[in-house]
Write a protein that binds this ligand. Structure first.
Ligand code: MN
Length: 259
């Protein structure tokens, strides 16, 4: 099995190293990853400047490719020719920090797996729900290897990827694994206004930790309860229930000739 590993924390991130080392046990691992941290870049792609993919020596002695592009670019680069042997599975991570609920729309890690699903390659993203820089990736890395083997035996449905989150806890405190749905988390107090030395205002996005809505069956609840969360994510973002309701709103009856 040829496995592409990428991330959004950059090719030198500890989480990528731990992931590669675990996946080396079950397949041939190719690393194509951003040359710098790209967290929260979402699914952006590079269209208006040259994309680079430079060979770099990884700490284990193998060679990876560091790209000036985004995580999604890295997947495209790998699938469109950089990995000549072909890619059977894409694993993005291990991200430092959770990717839960509405984080998914911002996440470069999850977007890399989305790009894989678009290209019809089985893909998952994996994150440790840590807010501290010194993270133990060992449980997440071992879990990624186990999941990779399962995905060899069971084909994901079309246009579906998996988003995995692992509690930032010692193995003995993790209670198990849950298949979940995407939950909700809201960022509050996210805008901080400051003044620069010349007197002009500037702003920091970020602020407080998100507020999780702990609904049963969700990824945020599983992590809060100390379970590993595995969420199947579909590329179809349509709200099908809303479609039916909106038929009665007269939108389709707007006469284009009257505009
Ligand atoms: Mn990240």
């Amino acid at each position: 099995m040829n496995i592409l590993v990428t991330n959004d924390d950059g090719i030198h991130a500890d989480g990528l190293r731990a992931l590669k080392s675990a996946l080396d046990e079950i397949g041939r691992v190719y690393v194509v990853a951003p040359d710098r941290p790209r967290s929260a870049c979402g699914h952006s792609i590079t269209l208006h400047k040259p994309l680079r993919a430079d060979p770099v020596k990884l700490p284990d002695g193998s060679t990876g490719y560091a790209s000036n592009g985004t995580p999604s670019d890295c997947v495209s680069l790998a699938l469109l020719g950089l990995v000549e042997e072909g890619v059977d599975l894409i694993v993005a991570g291990i991200n430092c920090g959770p990717n839960l609920g509405w984080d998914l729309t911002y996440s470069g890690t999850v977007s890399a797996a989305m790009e894989g699903a678009i290209m019809d390659v089985p893909s998952f993203s994996i994150s440790v729900a840590a807010y501290e820089p010194n993270v133990d990736y060992s449980v997440a890395a071992a879990f990624a290897a186990r999941l990779a083997v399962i995905l060899q035996q069971h084909r994901l449905p079309p246009s579906t990827l998996l988003n995995v989150n692992v509690p930032a806890l010692p193995q003995s405190q993790i209670k198990g694994v849950r298949i979940t749905r995407q939950g909700k988390r809201r960022y509050t107090g996210a805008l901080e206004k400051r003044t620069d030395p010349s007197g002009r205002a500037y702003y920091w996005l970020g602020g407080d930790l998100p507020v999780d809505q702990l609904e049963e069956g969700t990824d945020v609840k599983a992590i809060a309860d100390h379970y590993i969360s595995v969420t199947p994510i579909h590329l179809d973002l349509t709200d099908h229930a809303a479609m039916a309701e909106m038929l009665a709103w007269g939108i389709q009856e707007i006469d284009v000739a009257s505009l």
